[in-house]
Ligand binder design. Sequence first.
Ligand code: BGC
Length: 732
Amino acid sequence: MIKTIALTAMLAGYIGLQAQNQKPVYLNPKAPIEERVKDALSRMTLREKIAVIHAQGKFSSPGVPRLGIRQLNMDDGPHGVRAENDWNRWGEAGWTNDSIVAFPSLTCLTATWNTDLSALYGNAVSEEFAFRNKHIMLGPGTTIARTPLNGRSFEYMGEDPYLAGEMVVPYIRSAQQNGVACCLKHFFLNNQETDRFKVNVNVSERAVNEIYLPAFKKAVQRGGVWTMMASYNKWLGVHCCQHDSLLNGILKRQWGFDGVVISDWGGVNDTWQAATGGLDIEMGSFTDGKLKESEFTYNDYYLARPFEQLLKAGKIPMSVLDDKVSRVLRTIFRTAMNPDRIIGNQCSEAHYDACRQIAEEGIVLLKNTRNLLPLDTKKYSKILVVGENATRSLTKGGGSSELKTLYDISPLEGLKALYGDKIDYAQGYESGGAHYDKIDTIPVAVQTQLRKEALEKARKADIILYIGGLNKNHLQDCENGDREDYNLSFGQNELIAGLAALKKPVVVITFGGNPYATPWIDNVGALVHCWYLGSESGTALANVLSGKVNPSGKLPVTFAVKQNDYPCFAYGAEGFPGVNYEEYYREGIFVGYRHFDTRGIKARFPFGYGQSYTTFKYGRPTLSSRTITPNGHLTLTVAVTNTGKRAGKEIVQLYIGDDKASVERPRKELKGFRKIALMPGETRTVTFDITTEDLQFFSEKEHRWVAEPGTFKAYVCASSEDVRGTAAFELR
Ligand code: BGC
């Protein structure tokens, strides 16, 4: 009897001990995330819940220290991890271990049209974020390039929603596999920087659905993105950061987004709207203008004390708070407390390799008269490099995407490594630093002298490699301002024209996130556009110019002949950049090539265009059937042959056009692309699946996607203007 009692007591003690030792569910890394979320939520006080939905410093939101729940560390994005910022003040913290690899800009990635490289990018950059102990990477961005003047286009993925969506998905997936959340920017209609905090965008329901939402939707539904950054601007009169029908309606209810919506820094300005409008984490708020930043504490944030008061007064139900907190906890368990999160690494060879590979494939060869490129160095003993971008750091500047790199190889260094003493250099022009009100601040006498020096050296050279374009100064490719016009600044047009007038071979090489005017184009031998190439800039460029790498990038944006060819400029200031903070996207769905192609306006270089050092021949496309039924699909097949002497890569593009419709439709729209590698003489067959979804437009009458029966045409193209074959079919 005594024995039994003792045994039972021992057993009870043992079980008790076990229970004590057993981790609560939220700390059990093997428990399903939703159970961890529920458990953690049930243990949190009101104060703790309020704390996790707003910032505690410039780049983090707190976890729950009492419960051992980690904070969320965030950082820009999207081309590498930004230098460590001070906790509570704008400015670098001065750490010595935060130098990283700068990856190419997202326009460059998009210009590769290579989804494998997008996955490689997402993996490599997230490894750096993981190693720097960051949980949320503020990027990538899929805002559509509506205007060539947008200061932040370089951070985005071009003018076409299909291309942007296809390219962003692998980036997100491979980054998040590493336990690093992407924060997709900037949701939505943040198509310009001018008046970004105030402008109200008026845009048709059709354009919203066909142009401005699809890439975000794909990122949510196919990419499974974990966080979204809501934009500053307004839509339907409401700031996107606190926009009920956008965030709760479209994003969360319609698309099923289960992650957190983070405000752009300082994008919140109303407690009620932010609380009920679907925002989950408030970042970067300062003051309403009545206080100094130092007097405005994190407890004064709109989603802090003011929200708590509304909750306590019963004006907003606790369920609204619990939903936000659950989303934050879900994000913490997916990232900071994810047992599968990687440790990552920083500045590894693999990262520099990835950087170079993406840079090489993103460079676009736009013109190449009489095979001036690749450079036949036997022909030239004196190569003159002219232009500021040959030496300027293009990983600095640009706003929040600015990077502090361990090293960058400049174009001049890359070319010197290859051609040694044959290279001479002249700056040619100067851009100055980042000035806040104007762009050309350099005295005329200085520019004249620099130009004179360059022309003098050029007279003695055998070939001129001009390296200029845009840079990351304010009013160039930089946040919080747009370019002033479509021309290259700092007297570059005159300088290039002057060099071309010498009648020597001139190769123009430009950096920049946007298209620009090329009035000198007929007088130069070659044109190469490089976007921003990151740390391996010089090596990648030298490899392409020398022919070690055969260029294979194609444009993700249209290069128009002149600024007014872009449709956003056709309606005066109301169309861009807005009047009294009201802007009207009157061009509707006719953005980018949809406009040029449909209206028959010849582009200087069309969307999807890019040359190679080899040539490709396309066979005749064939369809698996001449008819498609609702919910059915077709297969299109086309053979492509490398008819030149070098191995190369071709981007085969599929566009679809509706012959007759009840609404005006673009002549054709991109619905598929494949990048294929071909040896000389090799032929490969490319197949595309066409579904009825590819035939739809968004009907404003029915408020839904519609495919109307009739004849459609599939266009197999080498660019949006270069149709290599068509095949017609019928939707029954
Ligand atoms: C930018 C965001 C950025 C944030 C934090 C804002 O000004 O618009 O893209 O992530 O600052 O640096």
